[in-house]
Design a protein around this ligand. Structure first.
Ligand code: LMR
Length: 397
């Protein structure tokens, strides 16, 4: 039965980690996947997470099934982060939140739910977008198209083209937007530009789906939620996928959430009932540990401020690596202007490296980047940054 199965290509991002792990060179650097490493090159276990885990384990908690949509305390914590503590729409019962298996799991249950609701709709993603967006929505049965986004000349957003495209869309189309720290380009919209996008979504009756996997990595928790808050102000119904993989360094625990903003409490009850069917037929209900840890950190004032401090440290370290890399490239006489790296936000930079240059970096130097030229600055540290700058300078000569 399996004799006709063809070999699938490696995943464009996670496949790089597979190749990286198999590489025996000691100088190798993985700038592929979006994972934050500390200055010692280690995946951090946040102090706040450790404290919450120790407290939880002391009580030897039983491992019963969770509710299909996850624990109420976790879902409430998610809503407070997205919409702000005590936001009116949460108090009014206008948000449905379900714990999900990371940001990807949230996108998946959101996609499955929307496919049943809007079978004819197309999904529009930014050009370019996270590699998995297209694959995931296509796997859910949608046709996926793009709207203009990145401007390779300015390394910013082709905002006029983006807005013109959105304005021309038929009603009820799904528009996937990166709420902050655009993946892969690092180029975000300004607050004023978000206001225009919200206007167009309202005027054209579009269905906004905000992907928010990096809250806190640009400017801070509330600052990075500007897009979400503007959509709330508009009174529109919309969807958000969010993740604690990066902000809590809990990648493998798969802790994310899908939140759906509805028009009323009654609508929420019906939406939740359908979302529960989607979840039940995907994975039944979410795992316990990661969600419980996040909920406890966010609900315990001392741990919450510890976490915010640690998140700030991660954000600042990435910024320092951005500046460091730009300075080191110019000190090595690289003529091309890389100052855009400092302006880009979040973990990534869309460097403009060609496929051939990315291949050379990997083959000659053991430095792994996504074939589109995306690099993850959060994997640079004080020990590998000179090696990366030297290698880049060599291939750019
Ligand atoms: C990335 O873009 O590298 C991360 O979001 C990890 C992933 O799942 O692709």
């Amino acid at each position: 039965v399996f004799s006709t199965v063809e070999m699938a290509p490696r995943d464009p991002i996670l496949g790089l980690t597979e190749a990286f792990n198999a590489d025996t060179r000691t100088t190798k650097v993985n700038l592929g996947v979006g994972v934050y490493y500390d200055d010692a090159g280690k995946l951090p276990l946040l102090r706040a997470v450790r404290a919450a885990e120790e407290a939880r384990m002391k009580n030897a908690p039983p491992r019963g099934y969770q509710p299909i949509e996850g624990a109420p305390a976790y879902n409430k914590a998610v809503q407070d982060l997205l919409f702000g503590q005590g936001a009116a729409l949460t108090a009014d019962g206008r948000v449905v939140t379900a714990q999900a298996l990371g940001g990807t799991g949230a996108l998946k249950i959101g996609a499955d739910f929307l496919k049943r609701l809007l079978p004819q709709a197309k999904v529009y993603i930014s050009d370019p977008s996270w590699e998995n967006h297209r694959a995931l929505f296509e796997a859910a049965g949608f046709e996926v198209d793009v709207y203009p986004y990145f401007d390779a000349d300015t390394r910013g957003v082709r905002f006029d083209a983006m807005i013109a495209h959105l304005k021309a869309l038929p009603a009820s189309q799904i528009v996937l937007l990166h709420a902050c720290c655009h993946n892969p380009t690092g180029a975000d919209l300004t607050d004023a530009q978000w206001a225009e996008v919200v206007e167009v979504c309202k005027a054209r009756n579009l269905v906004p789906f905000l992907d928010m996997a990096y809250q806190g990595f640009a400017d801070g928790i509330d600052q990075d939620a500007v897009a979400v808050r503007q959509f709330v102000q508009s009174g529109l119904s919309f969807v958000i996928s969010s993740s604690f993989s990066k902000s809590f360094s809990l990648y493998g625990e798969r802790v994310g959430a899908l939140s759906i903003v509805t028009a009323s409490k009654d609508e929420s009850a019906r939406v939740l009932s359908q979302l529960k069917r989607t979840i039940r037929t995907n994975y039944s209900n979410p795992p316990t540990h990661g969600g419980a840890v996040v909920a406890s950190v966010l609900a315990t004032p001392e741990l919450r401020s510890m976490w915010e401090e640690e998140l700030g440290e991660m954000r600042e370290r990435i910024r320092a690596m951005r500046t460091g890399l730009v300075d080191k490239l110019s000190a090595r006489g690289v003529a091309r202007d890389f100052s855009f790296v400092v302006r880009q936000r979040g973990m990534f930079s869309y460097t403009g490296l060609t496929v051939a240059q990315v291949d050379r970096l990997r083959d000659e130097f053991g430095i792994y980047a996504v074939s589109t030229g995306r690099i993850c600055l959060a994997a640079l540290n004080s020990k590998n940054i000179d090696y990366v700058a030297d290698s880049l300078a060599t291939i750019l000569k």
